[in-house]
Structures are given as C-alpha cells and as structure tokens.
Design a protein around this ligand. Structure first.
Ligand code: PLP
Length: 350
C-alpha cells in the first residue's frame, strides 16, 4: 500500500486479471501504452524463422542493430548503446547521475526514474511541474532527468526550451520513450544534438512503438566514451539475440512507421473528443499515444468498476507523485476498443 493507503497497482496486470476474473485474452489493457497496430508484420514473419538465434550467444556489442539504428536515426553507431528495454539503460543513467552530485528530477514522472536513481544512491532534488505539466524554473543542479514527451501527461517540451536548459547541467538525460509516436519527431528530439552536446544522453524504447514489450529492446544515443563506460558496467549479453535480430527488421518497416502516425492522429483526436463529452472528465492535450484524464470521481473507483464490470484496464495515477486519485491514463487503442472504453465509462459515470 502507498502512504495514503491507496492501492499501488497502477499497471499490475496480474492483479487486473484477478479483479476482472478473466483471461489475458479477454482483458483490454489501456494501462500499457503499446501500439495496437504492431508488432510489424515483417517482425512476426521473421520471428517464425529465428530459432537460429537461440543457438548462439548474442553479439555483446549489438553491431548490426547499432548499424541499423545509426542509419535510421542518422547518427554515428559509435554513439549508440542498445539495452534490454530502455529500463536497463535508465539503470546506467541512474549510475551516471549518481556520480554527478545532485540530480534535478521534475515530478510527477515515470516511476522507473526514481528506481534507477535510488539504485545507486543518487542525490535527488525533486521539483514539481506546473499544473499543466509545463516546466517551472528549475533550481541549479549537476544532472537533469526528464521525459519528453512527458509521462503520464504526454506533454511535449520544445527542443529549444530543452537546449537552453541543457546548458545549465553537466549531464542531461532525456527519456524519449514515446518520441517515435510524435509527428515530425526529428524537430522535437534532441538525438541529433548529442554529437555536439556530449553531456546529453537520449534514451529511447522500442517496446511501445513496435509493440514488443515482452522482447525488451531500447537504446541510448550518447557520447561514445559514455557508451563504452556503460557497456563496461553491465553483463556482456544483456540484449538477447532475438531482440537484436528483430529490432533490425522492425526498423526497416517504413510503412509501419507511417501507418502508425497516421492512425494515431485520427484515433487520438476521436478519443479526446468522446472522453471530453463524458460528465466530470477533463482530457489533457497530450502529444503521445496515451491520454491523461482529470476526473471528478475517484480514478481508483473507476479503475475497479471498469475492470470488474467491463474487463477494461485503465491506469489510475496514484503511484505518480502528487497526482492522487483525480487522474487516470489510457492508451489510445483500436477504434473498437476505444469505443468500448467510452461506452463503459459513460455507464460507470452515469
Ligand atoms: C517514460 C518511459 N520510459 C521508459 C520506459 C521503459 O520502456 P522499456 O519497455 O523499453 O523498458 C517506459 C515504460 O513504460 C516509460 O513509460
């Protein structure tokens, strides 16, 4: 239980299945922000023919995947480090921050940021974001850890704002887990600035956009010297061979990238409109593939009712610092799933 005695199972699927009394196939999961269009067809095809990957140790340096990422991102592969999900790279970012003095951590934020910083005893100074999740004036510090787009609000900070901010810190770690979902993401991402700003580290996840959360794959774009240091900290085979192989194939599916962004723009707009029409709900204007909703009725109550009556799993935000029971977050899913959510919410709220 959390300090205020609210259940902490924001996104715990095992708990959700028990509460809903259904199987995994029957549950519609709005709590994890996974692209409903994926995994890309090419990945599913390749998966069938990848048994070879089980027979060998993976490449500890992920050379092919880094080469493919370098081409995809237009950055030097020497400055790319692949990880067992972005979460693994957050761990090493936490260690790096711990070596830098005080880390400024705008909150609320993704819980794993706190975990990674605590793992190495980093000194952390939390700073509350403004009510609209924009950045307040930040105090001085040595390192900064921030998600862009922000989780759980989906707010997108401008590249220019972040570049100005970055000048004030010796280390800046940007968690761009959801950046692939953003239209014209190159204009918003700082990935291509890393080469000039060697104190900048950008982390990306490949599990959400490509719908591969079980495979575990992410990467960091960072100064090659830092990449070598982090590589030296970890075990040699943290990114398995299958993930490396399928990651290369996922990147090559350009059609999947385009289809996802086109789908998201329409599906999100429709869901915003329909949720906003329900009584007592206010939808925050997020740029990512999920929506944060302010609710007059307790989000913990809504989560439980939607689960037990409709087998729909939303994410209440009580585990996010300072958010309490008045917010929930939902992934944008297929039109059919989104429609089910809207009508179930209408019933529960009605
Ligand atoms: C903001 C943010 N960063 C990182 C991650 C971790 O992603 P991965 O599945 O690649 O470890 C998540 C997962 O939910 C996230 O929301």
């Amino acid at each position: 239980m959390q300090p205020n005695d609210l259940p902490s199972h924001g996104g715990d699927r095992h708990w959700a299945l028990q509460t809903a009394g259904c199987t995994l196939q029957e549950l519609i999961d709005f709590s994890a922000n996974i692209n409903p269009l994926g995994p890309p067809a090419a990945v599913l095809d390749a998966w069938q023919e990848s048994t070879e990957m089980l027979l060998h140790y993976p490449d500890p340096e992920c050379r092919e995947l880094r080469r493919a990422l370098g081409k995809h991102l237009e950055v030097d592969p020497e400055g790319i480090l692949c990880g067992n999900g972005e979460a693994e790279l957050l761990t090493w970012a936490g260690r790096e921050c711990a070596q830098h003095g005080t880390t400024i951590l705008p909150v609320p934020t993704f819980g794993d940021h706190t975990r990674a910083l605590a793992a190495f005893g980093a000194r952390v100074h939390k700073v509350a974001l403004n009510e609209d999740f924009s950045l307040p004036p930040l105090p001085d510090g040595d390192a900064l850890l921030l998600a862009n787009p922000h989780n759980p609000s989906g707010k997108l900070y401008s590249a220019s704002e972040l570049l100005v901010l970055a000048e004030r810190f010796a280390l800046v770690v940007l968690d761009e887990a959801f950046m692939d979902f953003i239209e014209h993401s190159n204009e918003h991402s700082l990935i291509r600035r890393v080469q000039q700003c060697t104190h900048l580290v950008v982390l990306r996840s490949m599990t959400k956009f490509y719908s591969l959360p079980g495979l575990r794959l992410g990467y960091a774009v960072l100064d090659p010297e830092l990449a070598r240091r982090w590589q030296g900290w970890r075990d040699p085979w943290s990114v398995n061979g299958l993930a490396q192989h399928l990651g290369v194939i996922a990147l090559s599916d350009v059609d999947f990238h385009t289809r996802t962004r086109t789908w998201l723009a329409c599906a999100r707009a429709r869901l915003v409109e329909e949720l906003a029409a329900l009584p007592g709900l206010e939808v925050l204007p997020g740029a990512a593939n999920f929506l944060l909703v302010r609710t007059k009725v307790s989000a913990v109550y809504l989560q439980r009712e939607l689960l037990s009556r409709h087998r729909l799993f939303i994410r209440h935000c009580t585990s996010y610092e300072g958010m309490g029971e008045r917010y929930f977050r939902v992934a944008v899913r297929s039109d059919a799933d989104n429609a089910r959510l809207v009508s179930a919410l209408a019933e529960v709220l009605g």
